[in-house]
Design a protein around this ligand. Structure first.
Ligand code: PGA
Length: 258
């Protein structure tokens, strides 16, 4: 089923270098696109240190701020971490959880679960990343994704699922220019829905939004929306190019209005 409001989420990762550059990047995006007049929800995930600089401009323009990660703890002796309440206080309304670059740095499935539960408790929308490192002919990667998903959602009540976004991000497609084909993405989307049915029941399928991430750009966005019917994108590299990101938003807008 086609999403009524696709989510276009730009993950800036550890970019750009300076707060003034971050301001310019947002400013250029806003000049290129009238965010409030498009159907998709537009979200950006800059480094948390830039939130205060971007907050008022983003809010006025209707762009939501997303944290790239956060702690599962409330506050205290957790050097180097930020908490849910802290990121909310500087404007975040969502958080990316378990991005593969965090997992590569040691984040476990259980830790992902802790952050998901904390996000939901604090009314932040968790964007939970799952995805295989590589594909094997035997299809073991399905099991890998299933474990990621089941652990991430442990203890999540059915009533909270409409606040959860699942981002299917195959690691081999991230930053590599190798996008998964629409067929690959559709297959995994259906698989994720199957796992959700076993964890909950059939009624949850339309509630949980499933987006795709991994070398999304202005050239492949339309086909991915049309054929894989994803609920939007988590965009890395292309989100740092305002014109390209803006084109992706326009493509999603036209798709939603069809
Ligand atoms: P990419 O990154 O679009 O540069 O592949 C996606 C992501 O890491 O979320």
């Amino acid at each position: 089923m086609k999403s009524a409001q696709p989510l276009i989420i730009g993950n800036w990762k550890m970019n750009p270098l300076l707060a003034s550059d971050a301001e310019n990047l947002l400013q250029t995006l806003l000049k290129t696109t009238k965010i409030k007049s498009v159907v998709p929800a537009v979200l950006i995930a800059p480094p948390a240190v830039f939130f205060s600089t971007l907050k008022s401009k983003a809010e006025k323009a209707g762009v939501r701020l997303v944290a790239q990660d956060m702690s599962a703890e409330v506050m205290g002796a957790h050097t180097g971490q930020v908490s849910a309440k802290q990121i909310i206080s500087v404007g975040a309304s969502a958080v990316i959880v378990g991005h593969s670059e965090r997992r590569q740095a040691g984040m476990t499935n259980t830790e992902v679960n802790g952050v998901v539960l904390m996000a939901l408790k604090e009314r932040l929308m968790p964007i939970v990343c799952v995805g295989e490192q590589s594909r094997d002919a035997g299809g073991d990667f399905y099991g890998f994704i299933e474990v990621q998903l089941k652990t991430a959602l442990a203890g999540v009540l059915k009533s909270k699922l409409s606040e959860v976004v699942i981002a299917y991000e195959p690691v081999w497609a991230i930053g590599t220019g190798k996008t998964a084909t629409p067929d690959d993405v559709l297959e995994i989307k259906l698989y994720i829905q199957k796992v959700l049915i076993t964890l909950y029941d059939r009624t949850v399928v339309p509630k949980v939004r499933i987006v795709y991430g991994g070398s999304v750009n202005a050239k492949n966005a339309e086909e991915l929306l049309e054929k894989a019917e994803v609920d939007g994108f988590l965009v890395g590299g292309a989100s740092l190019l305002p014109k390209e990101f803006s084109t992706i938003i326009t493509i999603a807008d036209q798709y939603a209005k069809k």
